[in-house]
Design a protein around this ligand. Sequence first.
Ligand code: G3P
Ligand code: CA
Length: 298
Amino acid sequence: MKKRLKNGLMAAAIFGLVAGIASPATAADQSMDKPGLNPNQILNVAHRGASGHAPEHTLPAYELGEQMKGDYVEVDLQMTKDGELIAMHDETLDRTTDGTGLVKDDTLDEIKQLDAGSWFNEMNPEMAKAEYEGLQVPTLDEVIEKFGKSANYYIETKSPEVYPGMEEKLLETLEKHKLIGPNNPSSKVIIQSFSPESLKKLYELDPRIPLVQLLWYTSPATITDAELEQYKEYAVGVGMNHNQIDEAYVKKVREHDLLIHPYTVNEKEDMQKLLDWGVTGMFTNYPDRLNEVLKSRR
Ligand code: G3P
Ligand code: CA
């Protein structure tokens, strides 16, 4: 493991020298000097877009995320049978489209035939809009085509063990759109995953991209200094269910100079509490609510 990270860093140093830029000595070293990673700037992450208002992971949800001034739009990734990255939370099509079965068993053409919006109207009649009917599942490429560099992207590699080549395809897409690379601020993109293997692979491929380790606990969260130092080798921050943490947990993470972005925080009371505890940002389906809370604290 150490050797892999060392190799990644060496590659970055050589690349940095060639490109005339400095590369970070460790993952955490890059955190302070980039706008999205400044711990004093609370990050408002529009979770699956502004998914409290529009069907998750559709272009209207991402548009609302921008309009509501989310700092980043969150994009979960799955991969089709023919190797295309699409914006979708689940490994299966059933919940958020009128299709069924596994994403990995269908081609992009097949998935493009599906309706990714009507389920939202049925589930949320009070927010239903005719324009949501028949929405297509967007590819990552289409999302970036639409929002370009005006948006910041907080991208999750979902189920990477199911999708060999997912990380390479992701970096290829980001490079194509010049969102990463020597002349681009790498904090335009943050990559997150529950899979340490996926993040370590990404770190090896390009150690300049900020990475966030997502964590899952089955009971109230505890975390050790040793664990946090391990994450720091490749990540700039951690994210976890906000219901599983307390003030001491947040303090401990911050003592290690890691960012902490809990998910998914939808109630103003919880937002206030987490901000009091010292989190550096959070995922929310309601970026408008979080901005109201942040404004009330200025
Ligand atoms: O990525 C942060 C949060 O979204 C993780 O949970 O299941 O909503 O992707 P999930
Ligand atoms: Ca996610």
